[in-house]
Design a protein around this ligand. Sequence first.
Ligand code: F6P
Length: 351
Amino acid sequence: MEITNSKKEQIAVLTGGGDAPGLNAVIRGLTTKAKRYGYDVLGLCDGWAGVLDGGKEKPLDLDEVEDIHMIGGTILGSSRTNPYKVEKGVEQVKRNLVRLNCKYLVAIGGEDTLGVAAKLYKDGIKVVGVPKTIDNDLSETDYTFGFDTAVTRASEAIRNLHTTAKSHHRVIIVEVMGRHAGWITLEAGIAGGAHAILIPEEEFDMDMLVKIIKNREAKEKNYTIIATSEGAKPRGGDIKWKDQKVDAFGHKILGGISEQLAKKLEELTGKECRHVVLGHLQRAGAPTAFDINLGTRFGIFAADMIKKGEFGKMAALHGTQVIPIPLEAAVGKLKTVPKERFAEAKIFYEL
Ligand code: F6P
């Protein structure tokens, strides 16, 4: 454990929740701008778990963050720990920040991490937030970083699956991340040429899928690609999640929809059906240039918010501008796919 004896004011930074490509760009942007303002920066390892336990901090300087923006994952590690679910967790967080000589905190994360940050702000901590999630489901920001990389990866996979599906005259169901919001499935599905797109926001109809497959067959297009969000549900609900475990924030650990859908569609159409779960490949590896640039801007803006004393706020992208938004507003409700956006995808269905 290293406790810095710096006389400068110190900013602590942590990354929480599922990793997203662009996290290291935020850390580099924040550290570089904060150093220019004359702050020290201390990296707290493994999200809120690291703040609770203490002992695994990393002082960040310009050498430490050089070139990290091009690398995926997070140099600080992450976890899904919730300090509000740990007995005396908040007191422990406060105590450790004081012990580590950190006056300010930057929390980089999605609805869960930022939800904790919003509460900590009310509990007296000078915190600012940076929105991260490949799901792009955070309110009050047009985009979160990580999303563009996930869409790029998923759309490439969906596009590539056409050749094998076509060669074997199969139906292939591609399972894409997104628990409550279908943004990745929608955008990757459209870009990758999926013939049907299933998202959590709207229950899907099994008969409709059968119809699309049969209609394509009638036109001698003997294969079909279906992109489904992991959180999509059929009308009537006769498909169950494989695993009913929940994480520390109460989210069901999803998975299994594509496998079950493949079985069902094989029964209903008599066609050979296969499923592919893209899983963590969607958020693994290097970020796209878009995510690097957005992460960099958010990191710089987080340093600016601290300098200006804008605590309890989150950096948000509105159009092309990065602006401060109260954390509470950002975590109040999820940003899901509106009906009219989903309708754009449906005009391509062969019904
Ligand atoms: O929250 C981002 C996300 O990638 C979701 O899309 C997905 O459901 C979840 O994380 C997976 O979490 P884990 O990596 O903990 O399995």
